[in-house]
Structure formats: structure tokens, C-alpha cells
Design a protein around this ligand. Structure first.
Ligand SMILES: Cc1cc2nc3c(=O)[nH]c(=O)nc-3n(C[C@H](O)[C@H](O)[C@H](O)COP(=O)(O)OP(=O)(O)OC[C@H]3O[C@@H](n4cnc5c(N)ncnc54)[C@H](O)[C@@H]3O)c2cc1C
Length: 426
């Protein structure tokens, strides 16, 4: 670098490992790096756990009870462990956690570009606050980075359209009916909230898993834990688009699409297309509802078998197997809907997210732009991913799971340190 005479050049800041993002993943990574004695810095463009504060709706509570949806090193103080923490409380928890472990987090710093150094190890990281050099970079920027929804309904159709990450509360929507597309946890909970506040709601239901909230005295997170389901390493082929519908709202309850229909919600199948003011839905609603119930029953069967095998004295709960009759909207499904005639003035797309690593300009991606990695260790030496969906198992993108993946990555980084520290005897 050339400097003008008399102007001292700014020394470039250096760290061993730069963690990008201070959500739960970045905080967990910091804890394990510290435990391994790795010098590091965590940079966060906004605030710690920002997405819990500003990219989720007002009434959101954690999907898992407080005893489960946390890191091992800290409980939610003054909070019923079986209750579901409100989103602000979850964000505060991570702020407290970062403080407890003295995580070196620098907020308000955005990483704009990461490039490998030429002819020497490490990376040059351009941030909104200058350049940082690092031997390793951990991308902890989240499993759900960029909202996706199909470019289906034109902007001039006269309908308000938002993604679930921009939904806050019912008051935000115009008068009239609303179509919620997607019936995973977000879509199902948002549709329920809108129905409760008196809105006319259409809910487009695709394939979904539907675990019971509780069964025989235990929450489903417990059952998934003891049955080894959080640790399942990969989705079965063909089930990639199956979402999971659970809710911690109102004390936690099993999502029940038939009950919602009984309360006045209109269920429709997968949203397929829009033309001339008419929305078209796939004829798959009955199938999706039936598959969801089959999933519930399979969890109950496995739970019963676990209880018998271990001789546990858990209360019987035969009513958990009762399935109500299909409502009319399921037996005689709507396949086309004139938006104006139905009075629909808004659409909420609860259709998921995609990744955006445009800032990470290294050789760690396949042709589709997906990270190439093994358990988060990328194809580019020194680059690590954390918090990806299914990074090592089903639990990877969830609070408790990311902590374990972070431990693995910190271990991998210190193993590399050991190799690099070796020098052969003279
Ligand atoms: C609606 C919803 C509800 C959920 N509920 C639960 C739940 O109840 N329990 C559970 O276990 N999981 C839940 N999850 C899943 C998961 O726990 C969350 O998505 C969680 O936020 C993921 O944490 P993370 O740290 O991996 O990523 P994020 O929370 O997305 O954090 C990434 C951070 O990186 C920062 N960042 C991004 N790019 C840059 C950059 N270039 N430079 C600097 N900083 C950057 C962002 O500002 C952000 O703070 C939920 C997810 C959603 C969408």
C-alpha cells in the first residue's frame, strides 16, 4: 500500500478467526472458540440476535419450551422452563449469554467482502468499518437470510403482498380477507392470529409434518430428542419441501388445520399460479392434511413403543389419536379463487427463505451457489459455515443444535492450529 508522506498508514486489524454474524450461531461459536483458546472477533451488522427482534412478528414466542430452546450454559432466569419465551426475551437471552461468556462482539459492523489472500494464508475482510485480516472466517449469518416468494401476483394487482418476515401484527393489513401461503410454523401461526382477530382467512396448505405439541406428559421436543429425531443427519429424498408445523403460542398447542377450518378458516391446496385475477390451487389439500396426520400418528407410535421398551409409567392419552372429520373445504376443495370476489386484499407469503453469501467471495460454493461443506467445514480451507439448515442434523438451524455444531467447528479450527504449529526437528 502506498501512503502519502506525513499521513501514517492505518495498521490493518488482524485476528485469527473472524465470525460474521452475532445471532445464536455467532454467540455459540464465540463460546467454543474461547474454550479452545482461539483468538477471535465476532462482527454483527446490527445488534446481537437482531433477527429475533426485527424480522419476526410481534406476538411470536419460541416454538420450544424454555428448558429446551437454550444453550447448556444458561437457563432463562425467572421464566417458567415449560413456558415459551417471547421473541424479545429470546433476543435478550443471547445478549445476556454473550455478556456472560465475554464474547468479543462488535456491533454495527457489516462484512461486505471476504477474499482469500494471494500467495499467503488467510483472508482479507472488507467491512463497513475498515479491513480486517483473518486466518479463518466463520459465516454465521443465519439459516434464513433472504425471504423468497414466487413472482406470481403482479404488483399492479391491487393486493398488498408481504413476506412472513415483514408481517408484524393484524393492524398492518388492510380491511378485507387475507390469503396466507404456506402452512409451516410461521404460516400456521400467522393465519391463526389473523383468524382470532376476526379476519376472513384463506390458508394455502402444502406438505407438512405435524408433531403433537405434547403426548403422554412430554413436549414434542422431548420426544424428538429421546427418539433421536433431532439428530437425523439428512432429509429422506423427496421430503425436502415438507415443512414442520408447530406452535408455542397460547401456551403451546398442536397445530390442527381441521380445528382452524371449523373456526371459519378456509383451507386450500398448494398455491400454483395466478392469472386474470384468479388464484389457482393444486388439488392436493386432502392429501397434505392426511399426510400431516399420518406424521402425527407415526410420532405417537414411536413414543408408545419407547414407553413400552423402557417400562415407563407415563399417563395414557388415547384421545391424541382422534382425528376429526374432514371439513367441507377439504372434501370439496377450492381450486380457483377470484381474488376480488373473495374480498382478498392482502397476501402473506410464508414461503421460506434462501441463503445469500454474495459477500463471501471464495471457492466454497457449487454451481447453484449452495455451500460446499462437510458438517460446516467448507471446501475452501479456512472458511466455515454455521447455522445452515441440516448442516449436520435436523437440529442444526435450531437454538440447541447450533451450539453443538459450533463446538465441532471450534474443534476443527484448533486441530488445524495444531498442524500449523508443528515444525519438524532440525
Ligand atoms: C419465525 C421463526 C421462528 C423461529 N423459532 C425458533 C424457535 O422457537 N426455536 C429455535 O430453536 N429456532 C427457531 N427458529 C430457527 C432459528 O433458531 C432462527 O432462525 C435463528 O435466528 C437462527 O440463528 P442464527 O444465529 O443461525 O442466524 P440469525 O439469527 O439469522 O443471525 C445471523 C446474524 O448475522 C448478521 N449478519 C448477516 N449478514 C451479515 C454481514 N454481512 N455482516 C455482519 N453481520 C451480518 C445478521 O444481522 C444476524 O444478526 C425460528 C426461525 C424463524 C424464521
Amino acid at each position: 500500500m502506498q501512503c502519502r508522506p506525513g499521513v501514517p498508514s492505518m495498521p490493518i486489524e488482524k485476528t485469527d478467526t473472524l465470525v460474521v454474524g452475532a445471532g445464536q450461531a455467532g454467540v455459540a461459536m464465540s463460546e467454543h472458540l474461547s474454550n479452545c483458546g482461539v483468538t477471535h472477533l465476532v462482527v454483527e451488522r446490527h445488534r446481537i440476535a437482531e433477527r429475533w427482534r426485527s424480522e419476526r412478528w410481534d406476538s411470536l414466542v419460541a416454538n420450544g419450551p424454555a428448558w429446551h430452546d437454550r444453550f447448556p450454559g444458561l437457563t432463562f432466569s425467572d421464566f417458567d422452563p415449560d413456558a415459551f419465551a417471547p421473541k424479545e426475551r429470546v433476543a435478550d437471552y443471547f445478549v445476556d449469554y454473550a455478556e456472560m461468556i465475554k464474547a468479543p462482539v462488535r456491533c454495527g459492523v457489516e462484512v461486505r467482502a471476504v477474499r482469500r489472500n494471494v500467495g499467503r494464508p488467510g483472508f482479507r475482510v472488507e467491512t463497513s468499518d475498515g479491513v480486517i485480516e483473518a486466518n479463518n472466517v466463520v459465516a454465521a449469518t443465519g439459516p434464513f437470510q433472504k425471504p423468497v416468494f414466487p413472482d406470481m401476483v403482479p404488483d399492479d394487482a391491487g393486493i398488498m403482498q408481504i413476506h412472513s418476515n415483514a408481517y408484524r401484527n393484524p393492524a398492518q393489513l388492510p380491511e378485507g380477507a387475507v390469503l396466507v401461503v404456506g402452512a409451516g410454523s410461521s404460516g400456521a401461526q400467522i393465519a391463526d392470529e389473523l383468524l382470532r382477530c376476526g379476519k376472513r382467512v384463506y390458508l394455502s396448505v402444502g406438505p407438512h409434518d405435524l408433531p403433537p405439541r405434547r403426548y403422554r406428559g412430554r413436549d414434542f421436543v422431548w420426544w424428538l430428542g429421546v427418539l433421536g429425531k433431532w439428530d437425523v443427519p439428512a432429509l429422506e429424498p423427496g421430503t425436502e419441501h415438507v415443512t414442520i408445523a408447530v406452535s408455542g403460542a397460547h401456551g403451546g398447542h398442536t397445530v390442527d388445520f381441521r380445528r382452524l377450518a371449523g373456526q371459519g378458516m378456509t383451507l386450500v391446496g398448494r398455491t400454483e399460479s395466478f392469472a386474470d385475477g384468479v388464484m389457482h390451487f393444486a388439488p392436493d389439500l386432502a392429501d397434505n392434511i392426511a399426510q400431516g396426520n399420518a406424521n402425527t400418528l407415526s410420532v405417537l407410535d414411536e413414543a408408545d413403543a419407547y414407553i413400552v421398551r423402557n417400562g415407563l409409567d407415563f399417563p395414557e392419552e388415547p384421545e391424541a389419536r382422534e382425528v376429526g372429520a374432514d371439513p367441507q373445504c377439504v372434501t370439496d376443495p377450492i381450486l380457483t379463487l377470484n381474488i376480488q370476489e373473495a374480498g382478498i386484499t392482502s397476501i402473506i407469503w410464508a414461503t421460506g427463505f434462501t441463503l445469500d453469501y454474495s459477500w463471501l467471495q471464495v471457492d466454497a460454493f457449487d454451481e447453484q451457489g449452495k455451500p460446499k461443506h462437510q458438517r460446516g467445514v467448507s471446501a475452501e480451507p479456512g472458511v466455515y459455515f454455521l447455522g445452515l439448515p441440516w448442516q449436520s442434523r435436523r437440529g442444526s438451524s435450531f437454538i440447541w443444535g447450533v451450539w453443538h455444531d459450533a463446538r465441532y467447528l471450534a474443534d476443527q479450527i484448533s486441530i488445524q492450529h495444531q498442524y500449523l504449529a508443528y515444525s519438524p526437528p532440525a
